[in-house]
Design a protein around this ligand. Sequence first.
Ligand SMILES: [Mg+2]
Length: 189
Amino acid sequence: MSRFGMDIDGVLANFDRGFLDVLNRVYGKEYTEEDLENKRDWDYFKTLEDLTLEQENDAFKYLGEWFWLRLEPYDQKAMLAISLLSEKHNIYFITDRHPNPTKELTLWQTRKWLEHFNISPAGVVLTKEKPQACKLLGLEYFIDDNVKNVNNINKTDTKCFVMNKSYNGKCKAERIYSIWDYISIIRGV
Ligand SMILES: [Mg+2]
């Protein structure tokens, strides 16, 4: 049976919205997702007015206890489709989420978040070493929105697609414009 992998934030979960809420709460800002429409870099401070790199990094201390559990999915119906696929295929979720408040609670919230959408993962992995994880798990395909991850995973036997975002336009890897296209790939194998 083929094995597939998926990143979560920026692919399934709207990390941007959650993080903007944190920035607004902590620094008294009024950022909205429209402010990110022209985001061309991974970092937020290069796009958002009056935000420094230090503030951006410090904000991770203030994510809140249930940050990961409360993130909204981009597409509810896509979650339903992935739930169905997860019953028939081995789908691994590999994320390098900030271990806040603790690594254990971040991992627990990630599992529960998937469970909430009736997704039965073959595994959930919290690691900065995504290429090694893809290799160890023998994944055929992966999808990620981070250019560095995509490029490094593509140096392994796993084929990694880049999820189309304004901030990863320079990535040369094969681009997926809608999560439904990746769902079709899994379905078709
Ligand atoms: Mg991501």
